[in-house]
Design a binder for this molecule. Sequence first.
Ligand SMILES: Nc1ncnc2c1ncn2[C@@H]1O[C@H](COP(=O)(O)OP(=O)(O)OP(=O)(O)O)[C@@H](O)[C@H]1O
Ligand SMILES: Nc1nc2c(ncn2[C@@H]2O[C@H](COP(=O)(O)O)[C@@H](O)[C@H]2O)c(=O)[nH]1
Length: 226
Amino acid sequence: MPASSTMLLFPMSSECVQRQGVLEGTQGSLEPNLKRGRLLVLTGPSGVGKGTVVRQLRQRHPELYFSVSVTTRSPRPSEQEGVNYFFRSREEFFRLIEAGELLEWAQYAGNFYGTPRDAVLDKLSQGQDVLLEIELAGARQVSQHCPEAIRIFLSPPSLQELERRIRERGQDSEASIERRLQQAQQELDAQDEFDYVIVNDDLEQALLQLETLLYPKWPEPEVPAT
Ligand SMILES: Nc1ncnc2c1ncn2[C@@H]1O[C@H](COP(=O)(O)OP(=O)(O)OP(=O)(O)O)[C@@H](O)[C@H]1O
Ligand SMILES: Nc1nc2c(ncn2[C@@H]2O[C@H](COP(=O)(O)O)[C@@H](O)[C@H]2O)c(=O)[nH]1
């Protein structure tokens, strides 16, 4: 599978950024260069290790704001309300869509998932980097609304390993595992749409690659010889 790392320059005039300006009242103000946070989007097939990578990344970079999504899926035994997800009924989820409270949303493996809009835009406008861990359709919506987002695709070393990981995790029903694996090929086919692809083979290596691209260390300026 290809592993690319293509740096793109993002236009700063997107609906996402303008909206922040409107919300914050800074458009046309004397502080047009107010530092905004970066919107980071991590996508990849179910079981590739997104959650595992995100947990580690957050431990190393507690300043990163992780967006807690809303879902209609039932909680897994280890999951907590407001920590892993906001667990909501379908009626409530559709109300949130109608009210424009979701930055993006998608149906995935029989359930609905969405990103609360205001929390994300508030953090960005306060200069905090925001991380979304979302599936492909949602990532595409974010690209449309927020083209300055940095989009990263986490890819498995092979489909066999992906299946092994989902099964070994032991958190999903057989029906759900099959739906997730069916979806996986379509997601892998779209990885070239992303700014970066990281293969999660060795976890530590994958984390290092992610950290290197998110927090590049600029070369030290050369000290002129005296
Ligand atoms: N590099 C790796 N090598 C081996 N196992 C891994 C690696 N990364 C993650 N795993 C394991 O794979 C399983 C799936 O990981 P995780 O739950 O983080 O995936 P995910 O992409 O977040 O899935 P989902 O999208 O369904 O939430 C877990 O049991 C995790 O411990
Ligand atoms: N489009 C969105 N996708 C989301 C969001 N939150 C999570 N997800 C993705 O859904 C699948 C399944 O998650 P699981 O917790 O049931 O395994 C996975 O790819 C998540 O990344 C969201 O807000 N929007």
